[in-house]
Design a protein around this ligand. Sequence first.
Ligand code: PLP
Length: 481
Amino acid sequence: MALKALDYDTLNENVKKCQYAVRGELYLRASELQKEGKKIIFTNVGNPHALGQKPLTFPRQVVALCQAPFLLDDPNVGMLFPADAIARAKHYLSLTSGGLGAYSDSRGLPGVRKEVAEFIQRRDGYPSDPELIFLTDGASKGVMQILNCVIRGDGDGILVPVPQYPLYSATISLLGGTLVPYYLDESQNWGLDVNNLRQSVAQARSQGITVRAMVIINPGNPTGQCLSEANIREILKFCYNEKLVLLGDEVYQQNIYQDERPFISSKKVLMEMGSPFSKGVQLVSFHTVSKGYWGECGQRGGYFEMTNLPPRVVEEIYKVASIALSPNVSAQILMGLMVSPPKPGDISYDQFARESKGILESLRRRARIMTDGFNSCKNVVCNFTEGAMYSFPQIRLPPGAIQAAKQAGKVPDVFYCLKLLEATGISTVPGSGFGQKEGVFHLRTTILPAEEEMPEIMDSFKKFNDEFMTQYDNNVGYSRM
Ligand SMILES: Cc1ncc(COP(=O)(O)O)c(C=O)c1O
């Protein structure tokens, strides 16, 4: 039979190559089981509202008024909405050229970009230029835009941490580039060793690859580690020496669950390093409304800030952003609200502070419950989730289980996660979807299930795991640590 213009055989090979584990086999099986009526606990995606987190009141009040501006003309509006929400809605509407139904500038509303720049300046103590900030439909779109500008072909390599968030591997495949892995060290709480980076770059170069950029995810997904200032400084020096653009994925900057290493942005560290680094290292930093205590994943709001990119490059990035006309305008307003939330003394401040503190404190407790729960299981070891929204335990699989997986035609960690799903309804992502060292197995869960359900979830995990281990245990030849 003649091939159609768009047949599987004629599909762009890069599309076929691209893998996206977070919505892969496990997710599909979980969706099937759900349709069959089984209760599924979706811990595969960092999607807080899907697991019951309530939206923060103030930002939703403002966006609701922006969506329905006729309410602002209603004489009773003050009975439903606080005065500061009404004032903010009027402020944001005045920044648009026709409300939420009108396209904005392709870089985002200038007024919101100015608010983002002011936030960065307050956070870091160094100036930020709104002209170098682009608003995007979630951080993902920003990452894709920048990788699209960097990758010219398969000779271009991007250093990506392993384990990594599959946005990076998938986008690099789609764009036809080459992923150059550098391994995070599990025995050092998923720390980053610059010597590993050197080795990765040397190896890639020996294969004729031009390494062009490096990704860091801080705090880490799926690994949950928070980089120290000293570590970021080393990375920036490395990028300077090796002439790499640093892509700083900082979407979890509000999600910190330890006090020793508060979040510090790559931009701040860079500025503090002074000359020649502060003017020499090219950096693009990403942020989002999807994470933190906001968790507004469905709204699709994000931004990136460019440092030390030449004006002609910024112009070209603007040109390419213009192809999609405009980022989502209501999400731009949410971003504006995220970077300039109610201040002490504002009518809505107390409620906003109470709600956000409640979410963050609960996440911190959940991070602890999960880590402790995993570490109480047979053949499971787990680093503490210092930040972000995930737990990434290592599962030491007995040879019997590896053998059984082979017979079932499954990768061992996929086999384990499928069995876990069938037995408990807990839907996780196998570590192989994020990359891991050969012969080592993990899974990723989010720490997002409701706190009151957490003990029961961990009990049911432990029961499954310990029985699984007993079933396949013959005490020899475990997958290595
Ligand atoms: C490390 C990392 N970067 C980027 C994103 C994408 O976020 P967004 O919803 O803003 O596109 C995620 C989402 O989970 C993430 O974990």
